[in-house]
Design a protein around this ligand. Structure first.
Ligand SMILES: [Zn+2]
Length: 58
């Protein structure tokens, strides 16, 4: 048996945006790294490194 652990963070391979999963609001929130919010490019069609294999809304 392999237990599947949902990812708790993701990073865009194009613009460098980084999100972390917030259990309380059940949504992705922008991660803060070294005091800087990693919002990336707002016009980017984000290519997440988790490949969309995990869909929390299913
Ligand atoms: Zn992006």
């Amino acid at each position: 048996m392999t237990e599947i652990t949902p990812p708790t963070e993701r990073e865009c391979e194009r613009c460098g945006r980084r999100d972390i999963w917030d259990d309380d609001s059940e949504s992705w929130v922008v991660a803060t790294v070294d005091g800087e919010r990693r919002v990336g490019n707002p016009h980017c069609l984000h290519e997440w490194d988790i490949n969309g294999a995990y869909n929390p809304m299913q």
